[in-house]
Ligand binder design. Sequence first.
Ligand SMILES: *[C@@H]1O[C@H](CO)[C@@H](O)[C@H](O)[C@H]1NC(C)=O
Ligand SMILES: *[C@@H]1O[C@H](CO)[C@@H](O)[C@H](O)[C@H]1NC(C)=O
Ligand SMILES: *[C@@H]1O[C@H](CO)[C@@H](O)[C@H](O)[C@H]1NC(C)=O
Ligand SMILES: *[C@@H]1O[C@H](CO)[C@@H](O)[C@H](O)[C@H]1NC(C)=O
Ligand SMILES: *[C@@H]1O[C@H](CO)[C@@H](O)[C@H](O)[C@H]1NC(C)=O
Ligand SMILES: *[C@@H]1O[C@H](CO)[C@@H](O)[C@H](O)[C@H]1NC(C)=O
Ligand SMILES: *[C@@H]1O[C@H](CO)[C@@H](O)[C@H](O)[C@H]1NC(C)=O
Ligand SMILES: *[C@@H]1O[C@H](CO)[C@@H](O)[C@H](O)[C@H]1NC(C)=O
Length: 449
Amino acid sequence: MRLLTSTLTPTILLCLLITTLPRPSIGDDTLTSAQSLDDDDDGKTLISAGGSFALGFFSPTGTDNRYVGIWYNKISVCTAVWVANRLRPLTNRHGSLKLLANGTLEVTDENSTVLWSSTSSAAVRNPVAQLLDDGNLVVRSAADDESNASFAWQSFDYPTDSLLPGMKVGWNLTTGFNRQLSSWTSTIDPAPGDFTLGIDLEGDPQLLEWSSFSSEQGTKQPKWRGGPWNGLGFSGIPQMQSYNMFSLRFTADDQEVVYWFEMLDPTFVSRLVVNQSGALRRVVWVENDRLWNPIWESPVDWCDDEISPCGQNGVCDAESSLRCACVTGFRPANPTSWNLRDGTDGCARKTALDCKNGTDGFFLLRGVKLPDTSRSTVDWSTTVSAGQCRARCLGDCSCTAYAQANISGRGSGCITWTGNLTDLRLYGNGGQELYVRLAAADLRECSLA
Ligand SMILES: *[C@@H]1O[C@H](CO)[C@@H](O)[C@H](O)[C@H]1NC(C)=O
Ligand SMILES: *[C@@H]1O[C@H](CO)[C@@H](O)[C@H](O)[C@H]1NC(C)=O
Ligand SMILES: *[C@@H]1O[C@H](CO)[C@@H](O)[C@H](O)[C@H]1NC(C)=O
Ligand SMILES: *[C@@H]1O[C@H](CO)[C@@H](O)[C@H](O)[C@H]1NC(C)=O
Ligand SMILES: *[C@@H]1O[C@H](CO)[C@@H](O)[C@H](O)[C@H]1NC(C)=O
Ligand SMILES: *[C@@H]1O[C@H](CO)[C@@H](O)[C@H](O)[C@H]1NC(C)=O
Ligand SMILES: *[C@@H]1O[C@H](CO)[C@@H](O)[C@H](O)[C@H]1NC(C)=O
Ligand SMILES: *[C@@H]1O[C@H](CO)[C@@H](O)[C@H](O)[C@H]1NC(C)=O
């Protein structure tokens, strides 16, 4: 296991969020519709069967507001991973969590005002709410046992800022239901903040982080692009290819487009979290040091601070003092601003493509983050070879680049792009191969260079 050394301050702050450590609890993981979990009942909590997670009332440091949340029960520094009443906190300790007879969960105040409720689509007869040992709070029928039950509702479907093992981010395509992470507003306020992380379905689906910060009317702008799945990880997170403590999963079929992960060694505790300033981190708990150690975070460098800092057909290279370069066969679209280190106007083709004569070819870029795939088409068939993918691109006059969709094993599948290529970057380590279509004249030039 490779851990980065890190500055510890932010994680420790995060972990001190919960001032009021709940007392040891009744040791039960289930709430029936006859019971309620009351805040003034002296720190009563639900504890999952294996003791990994606890559910109860808590206050973040710096506020007396009360929230119902789920936190790690075995970790000495308390860390909330899920919050129910994010938008409407309680202002005193007279709140309660109840399970209604039809299976709806409610957080209410002393006057029975409902501050939060779960949105089960189907009523359950004789329901129970159970905190499972993976941190998922589920509502099911008491007649089922937890292994075979279909859940009427589960907290894993309504993520806060943390992705836990087994929890999915992405879409149920049948129902259009979408699961996204959203940051806290501030260290004292778990209300949804400016940053969300989810899967964008346009073109070849991509992991995207959006920001509502500095944009009008709360509209969300893409902030960071994790890129498309490449069989080993997301194209924009080359580190994923070398993770050996996780099993990383991605499914894109006609039922769902989702990413999730499992721990290969269950003694490791890890989560993916999007923080208040929009940083995305994968952290692992290190008990000896009592801290959450980041093993990866984004942004790491200038190339990830905004989307496409080098414009269309530009390539960002964080290790070069020039930062931006044009893809071979392209030149700066606006040389003046380009020379002033403003790459946003990007690069234009030197020689127009010559599709009809069939003289175009491809220039190979190695070690890159694939460009924005929202204007791309993907074919995941394992039978499509690199040669077939090339022929497919050549045969389509609007195709400007291609790459293998799946770089696992010997490589398979095919992504073809149309239009200009944006948000391309180089990686010193990892990254994948991209074939950029050029006119014959520009290909000659690069073989001379
Ligand atoms: C509950 O109702 C009482 C009486 O109207 C009121 O004084 C109190 O502030 C209410 N509590 C909350 C949390 O709104
Ligand atoms: C369950 O009961 C509550 C309170 O009467 C109601 O608001 C909610 O819609 C009901 N849920 C279902 C699934 O019927
Ligand atoms: C689950 O198993 C229990 C007993 O093992 C059974 O009574 C129940 O009907 C099963 N439920 C489903 C949905 O299969
Ligand atoms: C999508 O949601 C429906 C309704 O809740 C459910 O029956 C179905 O199993 C879900 N699909 C997947 C792939 O989870
Ligand atoms: C979010 O994480 C980044 C990277 O670790 C850190 O620099 C920043 O201070 C964090 N923001 C907050 C509000 O904790
Ligand atoms: C095809 O190639 C010839 C010779 O290079 C060139 O003169 C002609 O303009 C090309 N045709 C098209 C449609 O680009
Ligand atoms: C990618 O290729 C590997 C090796 O051939 C294969 O096991 C895997 O199922 C492929 N992934 C997808 C999503 O098709
Ligand atoms: C690509 O960029 C050029 C300017 O460099 C522009 O003229 C052209 O319309 C763009 N193509 C597409 C498909 O957006």
